[in-house]
Design a protein around this ligand. Structure first.
Ligand SMILES: *Cc1c(COP(=O)(O)O)cnc(C)c1O
Length: 481
């Protein structure tokens, strides 16, 4: 066991969720890469795949449930809603559903995915900063929980559920919605090491900025005026946010709920949605921090949140999936430039967009495998691992020290189960790679299941306006006289 130095500077025991889980995951990953080559999922004709460790995903889901079970009063309703944006793949949502995990959705597309995975409305939460009237109407009609992002959105919800609201948004009101409704606040506790994923900065676009002048009073009054507002939501941010800051965001949200309930004189807010954002350790195979550590920290810092008076909703994304996904790409060519070896692979900006564009914030570990999919041995050589896209910055890793990659080998980008291969970027019309889930089989081998097929060339053409090939050549402005 190692230790993990979180960005607060505290060195904390990394406390594997279950001792040996992390080491076992590495063994399963190596076995899966070899089996993918042996079984022909990966090879010269299919030079890139995404692999998902089903065993590991189930373990993380169980660890999340156990962590909060251990600190909540018996009988406390807890909904863990997976942030669909982290891995928007229907079979993944269905797998998590079987593990008792719901869905946090933030667009009509994500809601459609959750519904396709069979998630019931009670297991679904809608948060997004730009919900249209039609989206709100659908969510309320389905009975999905909604967190209003801002006063204008709350006006729209008023119009949908209050029969005679002057602020009607069109159409008949949905007077009988079962949707639990809340407001998202931004506790403005500050940002972490990555600006783009810090959601609780002073000027973040999300939620009602609590420390702005008059905002807190507005929130309290919004609840006083609307007995049906029963939830309060905050999401302090994602990768790069230290646990201490996440905890502070939750503590401030809890304090606001207590204040609102006290001023109203009853427990109107009955559920707190504390968001997601547990950071993932991309530097090694250790799961750190763990759900157990975060839940313990929260229960020590905000004990009242766990005493059974409030139901809880969580919205973890990256931490549930990241360590269970691997991109494996064939080395098409191995060359040298300016004295540095460069492995040209099939994984680049199309599957690792953040890493390629902002490498300092999103470094990935690369593992080297030989042409048979076996871990590659040999002295570490500083080399670049490049992608297939036509710009020079398309590097999966720059100056990475690993066994020298040669033509026909495979490079694996580790910890890419969230926000990577499920987030295809259509640069150079590169195909979305196939994604396969795996488990060990009875015979010491590996069994695969298709999560998503490789995108075909016909699909690429169709999605690029193929059905409208002559639409522009036949569209003509009137001739000038
Ligand atoms: C992105 C997001 C999450 C999940 O964040 P992770 O860092 O992936 O855990 C949760 N809640 C909201 C509102 C989000 O936008």
């Amino acid at each position: 066991m190692g230790s993990y130095n979180d960005t607060t500077g505290d060195v904390v025991d990394n406390g594997f969720e279950v001792p040996g889980d992390d080491a076992a995951r590495v063994v399963r990953r190596d076995d899966a890469v070899r089996a993918a080559v042996e079984q022909g999922l990966l090879g010269p004709a299919d030079p890139i795949v995404g692999l998902l460790d089903v065993t590991g995903i189930r373990q993380s889901a169980a660890a999340l449930r156990a962590a909060f079970d251990a600190v909540t009063a018996p009988g406390t309703p807890v909904l863990h809603a997976f942030a669909v944006k982290a891995t928007p793949l229907v079979p993944v949502l269905a797998l998590l559903r079987e593990e008792g995990i719901g869905a946090e959705v933030a667009s009509p597309g994500e809601l459609a995915l959750a519904r396709a995975a069979g998630l019931r409305p009670e297991m679904t939460v809608l948060d997004s900063p730009a919900k249209t009237p039609a989206e709100l109407r659908e969510a309320l009609a389905l009975g999905i929980a909604v967190n209003a992002d801002n006063p204008q959105e709350l006006d729209r919800i008023d119009g949908l559920i209050l029969p005679h609201s002057p602020k009607g948004v069109g159409g008949a009101p949905i007077a009988t919605s079962r949707s639990p409704l809340g407001i998202r606040v931004n506790p403005q506790v500050g940002g972490g090491s990555i600006e783009a994923t810090s959601t609780a900065t002073a000027t973040s676009k999300f939620g009602v900025a609590l420390r702005d002048e008059g905002a807190r009073e507005w929130v309290v009054r919004a609840y006083q005026d609307r007995p049906w507002l029963t939830r309060l939501h905050a999401h302090t941010g994602s990768q790069g946010i230290p646990l201490s800051l996440m905890t502070q965001g939750v503590a401030e949200t809890y304090a606001l709920a207590e204040e609102i309930n006290r001023r109203i004189g009853r427990r109107q807010i009955d559920t707190l949605d504390i968001g997601g954002g547990l950071p993932v350790n991309f530097a090694s195979d250790a799961t750190a921090p763990t759900y157990a550590q975060y839940a313990r920290l929260l229960s020590e810092a905000v004990p009242g949140l766990f005493d059974g008076r409030y139901g809880l909703v969580t919205e973890f994304g990256r931490s549930l999936l990241a360590k269970h996904g691997t991109i494996v790409a064939r080395v098409e060519y191995a060359k040298s430039a300016g004295g540095r070896p460069v492995a040209v692979t099939h994984a680049g900006v199309q599957v690792a967009t953040r890493t390629v564009y902002v490498p300092g914030s999103w470094p990935l570990r690369i593992a080297a495998y030989d042409g048979k999919g076996r871990p590659k041995e040999g002295p570490a050589v500083v080399q670049d691992v490049a992608g297939p896209a036509c710009f020079s910055g398309d590097l999966l890793a720059e100056a990475s020290a690993l066994p020298l990659l040669e033509q026909g080998d495979y490079a694996a980008a580790l910890d890419t189960g969230a926000y990577y291969f499920a987030h295809h970027y259509a640069y150079n019309s590169l195909a979305r790679p196939g994604v396969y889930g795996f488990v060990p089989d009875d015979a010491g081998g590996v069994a695969f299941a298709t999560v998503r097929e490789t995108q075909s060339l016909d699909e690429i053409v169709a999605e690029s306006g193929g059905a409208h090939a002559t639409s522009l050549t036949t569209l003509r402005a009137p001739k000038r006289r």
